[in-house]
Design a protein around this ligand. Sequence first.
Ligand SMILES: Nc1nc2c(ncn2[C@@H]2O[C@H](COP(=O)(O)OP(=O)(O)O)[C@@H](O)[C@H]2O)c(=O)[nH]1
Ligand SMILES: [Mg+2]
Length: 225
Amino acid sequence: MKLSVIIPVFNEENTILEILEKVKKVPIEKEIIIVDDGSTDRTREILKNIKDERIKIIFKEKNQGKGSAIREGLKVVKGDIIVIQDADLEYNPNDWIKMIELMEKENVEVVYGSRVLGKNKKSSFLFYLGGRILSLIANILYNAKITDEPTCYKMFKKQVINSINLKCKGFEFCPEVTAKIRKKGFIIYEVPISYNPRNIKEGKKIRLKDFFIAVWTLIKYRFFD
Ligand SMILES: Nc1nc2c(ncn2[C@@H]2O[C@H](COP(=O)(O)OP(=O)(O)O)[C@@H](O)[C@H]2O)c(=O)[nH]1
Ligand SMILES: [Mg+2]
């Protein structure tokens, strides 16, 4: 089964090439789709200099958010399995290997990488707490039975992600996908993954307001959709 990796990127000039090297080295057949979301630092220049036929790069003119970039990427995927990769260095692409192993089992359509199940350095307490609360809400509202709802490492069979109609623009990609996948009745399997958190000074872009948007997104798709 071929993997499609979607990398949404916004102003990650310090890490984009390093993460790309790590992605390329994972011994799995894959295509790589980078979606630049109107970066204003050197990211676009760096991407324009990449000469590698295996990498498809989409340049959006305006910054619209991570969700809109992922949706652009989803329009062009050709693989059987899709995974999202951030353009920073918080996650380790080698963790896909165990995710795919699970994915190859019969009736497994969705696998999340859980930072909570892995033994990891904790991120700042508030980020950690926010993640736990979002998982709890997903478990209560959708009987999701997961430990890490906002993880970036969400892996889906193509027909699963294609079967849901995404509306997100920003970071609410995660709760929207979790909500709609569960509403369709798919089980979310988890495997432990490693996590090397960065802080806001190091470029983290997610903020407190995104937490509230995520909570609202989970509630909205449960009761008002
Ligand atoms: N396309 C797009 N990607 C973004 C935007 N903001 C953040 N990202 C990307 O989303 C990923 C996650 O951002 P980060 O701040 O580390 O939040 P995290 O979800 O907590 O890891 C990184 O690869 C960012 O470059 C945005 O406005 N548009
Ligand atoms: Mg990140």
